[in-house]
Design a binder for this molecule. Structure first.
Ligand SMILES: Nc1ncnc2c1ncn2[C@@H]1O[C@H](COP(=O)(O)OP(=O)(O)O)[C@@H](O)[C@H]1O
Ligand SMILES: [Mg+2]
Length: 256
């Protein structure tokens, strides 16, 4: 079943046509890679999907719900979470507090919890804390819950951003270059973590340049170049596609 359906999506910034007639779909349970050279329009595509930017034209459905026109928090409540190319954490908060902000998306709606009797509020908070600690364990940050987020090493900040996104209980997680800045060992850990998310019912759409991750993990790959989809298919097909090699993979193909 299609979870995300992108229909003829276009975006221009003044004279810059960042995306032109982009269409693709992501089925529930898939890991789909979105690749392409710098400036191809990948991050713009994510900004349109999560509602940071309005498209110039086109549609974006999550399940059967059209999301164009909905603000980001509504899309998040429908089951969409995201991590950013440039990590975005709350610097003044601890690791645990960063994760807890993810739960508030569903819970502090219109001051709802403020109306609950206090014992129920503290029970809900204790439950959130328990689940947040579980998520920190899952991403490999167990024991670091009380550290200030900004004191974490770079690779750990990336994991924390993932944990916070998971706290939103997404159906679909958009990851923008999650392996950027990671060493090969950390990238391996990241891949193992991503594989653990599928059985939890989380579908992944991943922008990434690291071909070990893309080719090793993605079930399907969509290739953007100059704002257009130039290929889509299984890793083996994409690797051999002459247009993809010319636009993007050429450099890697030079290896013996
Ligand atoms: N907010 C913006 N305002 C103007 N131009 C933008 C904006 N965001 C992206 N662009 C332009 O859109 C094109 C695609 O950028 P981007 O989506 O960041 O590419 P990628 O993530 O594939 O490297 C680039 O030419 C970029 O300069
Ligand atoms: Mg980008």
């Amino acid at each position: 079943m299609e979870l995300l359906t992108i229909n003829n999506l276009s975006k221009s910034f003044g004279g810059v046509q960042a995306l032109t007639d982009v269409s693709f779909a992501v089925a529930a349970g898939e890991i789909v890679g979105l690749i392409g050279p710098n400036g191809a329009g990948k991050t713009t595509c994510f900004n349109l999907i999560n509602g940071l930017l309005p498209p110039t034209a086109g549609g974006i459905r999550l399940g059967s719900t059209e999301m164009v026109g909905l603000p980001p928090y509504r899309r998040a409540r429908l089951g969409l979470a995201r991590t950013f190319q440039n990590i975005q954490l709350f610097g003044g908060m601890t690791v645990l507090e960063n994760v807890l902000t993810g739960y508030h998306l569903h819970q502090q709606v219109g001051g709802f919890t403020a109306l609950l009797p206090l014992p129920r509020v503290s029970r809900a908070q204790a439950e959130n804390r328990r689940r947040a600690l579980e998520l920190l364990e899952l991403v490999g940050l167990g024991g670091k819950e009380d550290e200030p987020a900004e004191a974490l090493a770079y690779g750990d900040q990336r994991r924390l951003e993932i944990a916070r996104a998971l706290a939103q209980q997404p159906q679909l997680l958009l990851m923008d270059e999650p392996a950027a800045g990671l060493n090969p060992r950390e990238t391996e850990d990241l891949m193992a973590l991503m594989e653990k998310l599928l059985p939890l019912g989380i579908t992944l759409l991943v922008i990434e340049h690291d071909m070990t991750l893309v080719m090793g993990l993605c079930h399907r790959i969509v290739v953007l170049d100059h704002g257009e989809v130039i290929a889509a298919g299984a890793p083996g097909e994409i690797r051999r596609d002459p247009r993809v090699i010319e636009a993007y993979l050429g450099r890697e193909e030079d290896e013996p």
